[in-house]
Design a protein around this ligand. Structure first.
Ligand code: CDT
Length: 311
């Protein structure tokens, strides 16, 4: 057995007015609870340090940049890194990254148990739109504020296993998991901010949105024989509801732990990384069964083209 006890540290809402220091204090409370419960690893949500600001249309770059971190750790987050190192807990969380050469990314980092950053991922599938749209219920401006990630889907040898990250909308794309699956990933962690309603249609119940969330995680886990740990920022942020349902999914695709509130909440599960072996050696033995000679379209083509409609 190669056990890693994971805490999925869901955060309740973060309002525009909340400071990073206040959020980090909440994260440390969850980390302390995780330490008491024996966690090796604690995962926090996407854009964990601020409200989900891509819902707000901004034209002034200074207004946008107030949500970005220029270095990590920094003054606001150092107490979290120190608390994690004190307890010997690895952490992962998402934040808006502004690089020294002025590039903006939706990023997550992974530390080892000493608090050293050993992995970084920049969100690749950016949902939403770049310009203000006046015919939808609320904005989702990730394409305005972030560049698509430029690091691919790397995996990292840490915590005695093979760890990978993705962020929110990435979880809906099978390519995300498969690229990491092809590197032997044993645990994929991700944070998400998912609105409870569809900005473009009032006909999609929250129940369906949660179903698609779970379906994506469970399929990704099963089809790649990996643990998946998905952590929400939940609750009502300045009148905008986000659903919870943070979940830990086993390599057989079954949910083994799930949050029950839309507040700060820790769910814990001891994940045996060796439980990935069965799937990786049987039905999803990639080396034995994949037929890459038939998969060319996956990387050659972005959108669907119906036969007969080619240029
Ligand atoms: N944060 C994020 O990626 N949220 C998206 C909402 C998409 S609606 C334009 C998600 O896939 O959950």
């Amino acid at each position: 057995m190669r056990n890693v006890t994971v805490g999925a540290a869901q955060l309740g809402p973060i309002q525009k007015a909340d400071s990073r220091q206040a959020v980090v204090a909440r994260m440390i409370v969850l980390l302390e609870e995780a330490a008491e419960k024996g966690c090796d690893f604690v995962v926090f949500p996407e854009l964990a340090l601020t409200t989900f600001f891509p819902r707000w249309y901004m034209e002034d770059q200074a207004d946008v940049d107030q949500y970005f971190e220029r270095e990590m750790p920094n003054a606001a987050t150092r107490p979290l890194f120190e608390a994690a190192a004190k307890h010997g807990i690895a952490i992962s969380f998402g934040y808006a990254e502004l690089t020294p050469d002025g590039q903006h990314y939706n990023t997550s980092i992974l530390t080892d148990k000493t608090g050293a950053i050993v992995g970084k991922y920049r969100k690749i599938h950016l949902p939403g739109h770049a310009e203000y749209e006046d015919d939808i219920a609320f904005q989702h401006l990730e394409k305005r504020y972030f560049l698509p990630g430029d690091l691919g889907f790397p995996v990292f040898n840490v915590l005695g296993g093979v760890m990978g990250m993705c962020i929110c909308n990435d979880r809906r794309w099978p390519e995300t998991y498969r690229v990491m699956g092809l590197q032997g990933v044993e645990m994929v962690t991700l944070g998400f901010n998912t609105p409870s309603t569809n900005a473009r249609s009032s006909n999609e119940p929250e129940e369906d949105r949660v179903f698609h969330h779970r379906l994506s995680l469970q399929a990704g886990a099963y089809q790649n024989a990996t643990w998946v740990v998905a952590v929400a920022k939940a609750g009502v942020e300045d009148d905008h509801p986000l659903f919870g349902c943070s979940a830990i999914v086993a390599p057989n695709g079954k949910i083994v732990a799930e949050s029950v509130t839309e507040e700060d909440e820790l769910i814990v599960h001891t994940c045996d990384l060796d439980a990935t072996r069965f799937g990786k050696e049987t039905v999803f033995n990639f080396a034995k069964h994949r037929r890459i000679e038939h998969y060319g379209l996956i990387t050659e083509r972005t959108g669907a083209i119906v036969p007969g409609d080619e240029e």
